[in-house]
Design a protein around this ligand. Structure first.
Ligand code: ADP
Length: 473
């Protein structure tokens, strides 16, 4: 369904709220006026007719219809009512009709017949604008019993009700016109008042997009303030993402350039030397080979990170015996540890099976253990322990190495962050290992914490749910 604009909806709402009740009230009041007028007329005419019926009896009019005083009275009532007075005797014969039309005729109107049986009646003929009232003319017999000797029929024109109604309608129409105009003006003002801040928000968002302003600030209503706040939060988030992407790209370029620069320097210096000894060639070529290895490692780490960044789509979850896995991983790292003269110990508190992606989980733990060995000293140790409760798998990697300065702790999971660049480079670090580890752990909905004392050692604590639960995107 096509939606109306908010401005039109607000305008229509105000207009309808203004005009509709006025229309309903007016038509209600007019019909109330008409029915009340008819009711009060009926009461008055019935009273008058009852009085007149009594006079007909006391004056003996039915036996002498030529009585001047009564006839004059009938005429004057007829004139006053702009209607008709009829006197009908017990034989349904019209003995007096102020219109003269039906005098002498017999009429069998149901209202007359009703009244002849002793009941008063009234009828409002809206079409012809008149009220007709019939009352019985009653006397008392010698036995003191009531006897109907005729019927008195009075009609009264209700033209005045129609005329008043028409007059009121005209007045009301004028008032409605004023209300309509006022509602329209109010509607336009209200519509503008409500939609104008929204237009400003939309314009501000456009300005933020085009870099004209930094934030949206429309404080007219608490709702627009809230939208502004939410949008600014979102915009800042996007900026942060953009900044970190740019930083990442510049870091990547820098990191990839460094080995190339070294190689270029090595090659240039060899080229620049006349009759360089073979030993020097060999040494420099060895260095160039190391730089190529380094470049390859950086590229491999970057590829791992990029793959992980595809938001966990490729997790290959299966139940894994963590104790066995750890044993295999440590066995793989044993030669490096031995080379560094670092003791590698695995401690399994209990058998643990967890639902993980074996390859990615191994990558995460390998990086931690490798760091424990790399940033250690001769004669040091790396202790790896495996434990669990009913919900989580816990892995602790504790080393007796050089430790991490406190102010670096919050950065070590950042891409390319290294506490000591030259030292890390020397031992083949890329600064991507912990970023990869953290990503892997987060993909498993786990948590990683670090605790370190400079000069004493570092402990990484990993916690991963035993059962992998797919989270909704
Ligand atoms: P790198 O490839 O340089 O080791 P990582 O991301 O694995 O990169 O680690 C980032 C930095 O954190 C390292 O350069 C190092 O300075 C520091 N670090 C990581 N693990 C340890 C550890 N076990 N002991 C001391 N420092 C560590």
């Amino acid at each position: 369904m096509k939606r109306l604009s908010l401005r039109i909806e607000v305008f229509l709402l105000v207009f309808i709220v203004g005009v509709l009740p006025a229309m309903l009230i007016t038509s209600g009041v007019l019909s109330l006026y008409a029915s009340r007028s008819v009711r009060s007329d009926v009461t008055n005419i019935t009273n008058e007719a009852t009085l007149l019926a009594n006079q007909i009896v006391t004056s003996g009019y039915l036996s002498d219809t030529t009585q001047e005083s009564m006839n004059t009275r009938f005429m004057s009532i007829g004139n006053a009512y702009d209607g008709r007075v009829m006197v009908i005797d017990a034989n349904l014969k019209v003995v007096k009709d102020t219109y003269g039309a039906d005098e002498g005729r017999t009429i069998v109107w149901s209202s007359v017949l009703n009244s002849l049986s002793g009941v008063s009646g009234s009828y409002y003929d809206q079409e012809n604008s008149c009220i007709t009232v019939t009352v019985p003319i009653t006397t008392y017999t010698e036995e003191d019993e009531q006897e109907v000797v005729g019927v008195l029929l009075l009609t009264k024109s209700t033209d005045y009700i129609t005329q008043n109604t028409i007059f009121f309608k005209d007045v009301v129409l004028e008032i409605m016109l004023i209300i309509g105009v006022a509602s329209s003006v109010l509607g336009i003002i209200m519509a503008r008042r409500f939609t104008e801040p929204l237009h400003r928000i939309s314009k501000s968002i456009e300005d933020v997009q085009n870099g004209v302003v930094d934030e949206v600030s429309v404080k007219d209503f608490s709702e627009t303030r809230e939208i502004s706040k939410k949008f600014n939060g979102f915009a800042n988030q996007m900026r942060a993402v953009d900044d970190s992407r740019q930083e990442f790209v510049s870091n990547v370029s820098h990191e990839l350039k460094t080995p190339l620069t070294s190689m270029k320097v090595l090659a240039d210096s060899l080229n620049g030397m006349e009759d360089a000894p073979v030993e020097l060639y060999k040494e420099f070529m060895q260095d160039i080979g190391n730089e190529i290895d380094r470049e390859t490692k950086i590229i491999n780490d970057l590829l791992s990170l990029v793959k992980l960044d595809k938001s966990g789509a490729a997790l290959n979850i299966s139940p894994v015996n963590v104790n066995d896995l750890m044993e295999v991983l440590l066995k793989r790292l044993k030669p490096i540890a031995e080379k560094q003269k670092v003791e590698l110990v695995l401690e399994s508190f209990r058998p643990v099976t967890a639902e993980v992606d074996e390859v990615k989980f191994s990558l995460a733990i390998m990086n931690l253990v490798e760091n424990g060995i790399k940033y250690n000293e001769e004669g040091g140790y790396v202790h790896v322990s495996v434990n669990s409760d009913h919900q989580y798998l816990f892995i602790r990697v504790k080393d007796s190495g050089m430790g991490i300065p406190e102010d670096s702790l919050e950065h070590i999971f950042d891409r390319f962050y290294r506490v000591d660049k030259s030292h890390s480079r020397e031992i083949g670090g890329t600064g991507l290992g912990l970023a990869i580890t953290k990503n892997c752990i987060l993909m498993h909905h786990g948590e990683i914490k670090v605790h370190s004392i400079l000069g004493q050692g570092t402990t990484f604590d990993v916690r991963v749910p035993l059962s992998y639960i797919e989270k909704e995107a």
